[in-house]
Design a binder for this molecule. Structure first.
Ligand code: HEC
Ligand code: HEC
Ligand code: HEC
Ligand code: HEC
Ligand code: HEC
Length: 376
């Protein structure tokens, strides 16, 4: 009997909770945090979380190619939109005069994620309910943080575990084709935070009453940063007779390719007496099937570039923590030969750049991740 009453009560609470999600609280825009969290604000502004429909060319070009009516990317790219449902279904368009649209993955959004619900196509961020006309409660990890007049701070035990999962875990399209799969079952956000939000110098707010000397970086460095991106994969080269062996170890807690617009690939050259005598490809890195890492999709058997409508897809990838050895038959190697292995990224791989008219731009240009040299 008691149990039934308990279940009834929990259903009632669940119902009230879901109802409460409908109520809109006042949005605190990114700029409003700057007053006190100046440093964090600047870091955030330099990060890709501040990039979205209005200031990320690649994203906008692909989104517009998919549809000029519906913008269902908003769930993750414009999650704070005050008319999210209308944007997703095509009843409204992104508006550059609306802060809930231009703020992209905003401070307030991340810091009010209460829970992440697992789902098949992509996970769902559940936001904390905020009482209207009171200052909001923001989640973080500070133990008893200082008081301030703009918000209360709440230490949420699930926060660090779930906060990245809502958007970064996985995404399937409407045909159940995997577009990306970055996080494994049971994997939480703590390791993401360790690598992408390391402790850096300075307090967490301007007044800094507790004289803290560190805070979690909000630069969210990733593949766009020339120094940070060197750390993702270890590359080693060895040679014997007429063969090269290239070991690639993915140190990251996610696969090498988690963004279907990207290509990451190897360019290998053997130089003898100042002349290149062997290459792993002649003109296009796609000639070398094992050294070219990228996703490819088809619709009803025919290749397509933008995966939104694909019916099948595959990714040539390096899994998290995978160690792979690539073998190449070359020319007979001699003493004094130099082998160079360069690892590149194209933010928009060649066919993708062509499909959205970004050919010849920096987005398509190969950017060096790292280079390894072996002198025989
Ligand atoms: C389930 C959440 C989710 C949805 C829905 C989503 N994305 Fe993303 N998107 C992400 C995440 C997370 C990243 C960052 C991951 C990465 O860079 O690998 C990202 C990154 C991107 C990037 C790379 C940005 C850059 O500048 O390099 C592009 C392009 C992109 N998304 C396009 C789209 C488009 C177009 C849509 C809608 C058709 C869409 N996404 C829908 C989660 C999502
Ligand atoms: C009037 C000043 C002020 C403004 C405006 C402000 N904060 Fe804070 N915030 C603080 C202070 C002070 C602390 C406590 C820092 C400490 O204890 O080291 C804090 C702490 C935090 C924490 C840590 C809480 C925890 O439990 O870990 C988060 C997260 C946070 N603020 C987010 C925000 C966001 C997001 C905004 C904008 C929507 C914002 N703050 C606006 C003053 C402010
Ligand atoms: C509301 C959805 C959302 C949440 C929550 C979220 N992200 Fe992102 N993240 C994105 C999107 C969307 C992008 C790509 C934005 C763009 O480039 O247009 C992105 C990009 C990134 C990048 C790529 C930077 C680069 O240079 O390419 C990193 C790293 C990252 N996020 C880490 C994290 C971490 C760590 C967490 C958890 C603390 C997190 N994200 C939480 C949506 C989210
Ligand atoms: C051991 C450190 C490490 C851990 C743990 C880690 N990352 Fe990364 N991540 C990196 C490095 C280094 C790069 C840049 C190199 C690259 O992308 O090849 C990167 C790249 C990224 C990118 C951009 C990829 C692209 O091509 O656009 C995103 C998004 C990202 N990480 C999100 C996450 C998320 C979410 C988690 C938690 C599941 C996580 N990272 C865990 C080190 C790490
Ligand atoms: C992608 C999600 C995300 C976004 C966007 C984001 N934060 Fe955070 N923030 C976090 C996480 C996660 C932590 C806790 C890091 C940890 O546990 O080390 C954090 C920590 C903090 C802290 C406490 C810092 C410390 O070292 O104790 C403050 C203050 C804060 N954020 C303010 C902001 C402000 C202001 C903005 C916007 C300018 C912002 N955050 C944007 C995820 C985010």
């Amino acid at each position: 009997m008691k149990q039934i009453a308990f279940f009834r009560l929990s259903f009632l609470f669940l119902f009230l909770f879901l109802l409460s999600l409908q109520a809109k609280d006042k949005y605190r825009d990114n700029h409003s945090c700057q007053e006190c969290h100046e440093k964090i604000y600047e870091e955030y502004q330099s990060s890709y979380h501040s990039h979205g429909y209005f200031n990320d060319t690649l994203h906008r070009k692909i989104a517009d190619k998919v549809s000029l009516k519906k913008y269902d990317c908003a769930t993750c790219h414009m999650p704070m939109a005050d008319n999210l449902k209308d944007i997703v279904t095509g009843k409204a368009r992104p508006d550059k005069n609306n802060k809930t649209h231009t703020d992209a993955v905003s401070c307030y959004f991340c810091h009010t994620i209460a829970y992440v619900k697992k789902a098949h196509r992509f996970n769902i961020n559940v936001k904390a309910k905020q009482a209207a006309n009171y200052k909001p409660s923001l989640y973080g990890r500070l133990e008893n943080s200082d008081h301030n007049d703009k918000h209360s701070s709440v230490n949420n035990p699930i926060y660090a575990q779930k906060v990245c999962m809502g958007c970064h875990s996985h995404k399937l399209n409407e045909n159940n084709v995997t577009i990306f799969h970055a996080m494994q079952e049971g994997q939480n956000s703590e390791n993401c935070i360790k690598c992408h939000m390391p402790e850096i110098e300075g307090g967490a707010d301007k007044i800094n009453k507790r004289a803290r000397i560190h805070h979690a970086s909000h630069k969210f460095l990733g593949i766009h940063d020339t120094v940070f991106r060197k750390k993702g994969v270890d590359i080693n080269v060895s040679a014997d007779g007429d063969s090269l062996h290239i070991t690639m170890y993915n140190k990251m807690a996610h696969p090498l390719i988690i963004q279907s617009a990207r290509a990451k690939y190897l360019k290998i050259e053997i130089v003898r007496e100042g002349k290149v005598i062997w290459k792993n490809y002649q003109t296009d890195p796609r000639e070398d099937k094992q050294g070219y890492f990228a996703a490819s999709f088809t619709k009803d058997g025919k290749p397509i570039v933008i995966p939104y409508h694909s019916t099948a897809g595959k990714i040539h990838n390096l899994a998290a923590k995978e160690n792979k050895i690539l073998h190449y038959k070359t020319v007979q190697l001699k003493k004094e030969d130099t082998v160079t292995v360069s690892f590149y990224v194209q933010f928009a791989k060649t066919d993708c750049a062509k499909a959205v008219n970004l050919e010849g731009t920096d987005l398509m240009k190969p950017m060096l991740i790292k280079k390894v040299t072996l002198k025989l």
